[in-house]
Design a protein. Sequence first.
Length: 253
Amino acid sequence: MTAEGTLPGPRVVSLVPSVTETLVAWGIVPVGVTRFCEQPELFAVGGTKTPDLDVIAELDPDLVVVNDEENRREDAAELEARGIAVHACSPRSVAEVAPALAALAVAVDAPASVLGVLGADRRPRPHREPMRPLAVRAFVPIWRRPWMTISGDTYGSSLLAAIGVENVFAEPNGVGVDGDRYPTVTWDQVEVSRPDVVLAPTEPYDFKPFHLEVLREVAPVVAIDGQDLFWWGVRTPLAAERLRAQILAGIGR
C-alpha cells in the first residue's frame, strides 16, 4: 500500500482528515485513511465514525491516529485491544496545536526536515507578523434544526479569537451554553446575542442560500471555509490569514 516516493517510516493509518493532510505535507503517506480525507488516491478504511477495524488490522499498521471528537472511543479501544498502537491528538485551541504537532511528529517518526521546522524544542517556529485584530462579534452556526454553534472550548473558537473575532457563545469559563462544547441554541438566544456578523462555515453543515437568508435576519452573513476554521495542523497559520481575509471582504472593510 506504500506509494512510490513515500519516506521510510512506520505504517500509519489516519482516521483524522486534518492529520492526513498534515502527514502528506510532511512527506508521510498513510497506508489507510477515511473516505472524508481529501486524498482519493489513498486507501480508504471507512468513515471517521465507521472505520472497518478488520480492514485496518489487515493493513498491519504500526500506528493509528485518532481524534477524540471525530472518532469513537470504542473504536480506539478495540484497536488497542487488538494490539494496535493508537495515538490521540485533539487540540482545543491554537496554543495546543504546536505541542500536538510535535507529539505527532515524534509518534510517526517524522523526517529531520519536519523536526527542523518544528525547532529544537519541537515547537513550530514563528514565521509571520501578528495580524491586526478584526474586533467583531460573531455567531457561528454549525447546524440547524436545531441550531448549534461552537463554545469557547473549541479549536474553531480559539482560531477566531486569534484573528480578533469574538464568539458570542464563548462563555468566560470556556464551556459554552449548558456546559456543551457544541451547544444547541434557540433562535431567541441567537437574536439576543446581537452579533455583528454571522460566520457560516461550509462544513459540517451545508448551508443553502435560503438558510443564509434566514440568518441575515440576525446580522450580515459571511460564508467561510469550514476546513480552514476546523482543520488544525500544517494549515493553521495560512488558515487564519485566509479566514481573516474572507471576513474582511464579507463585512466590507
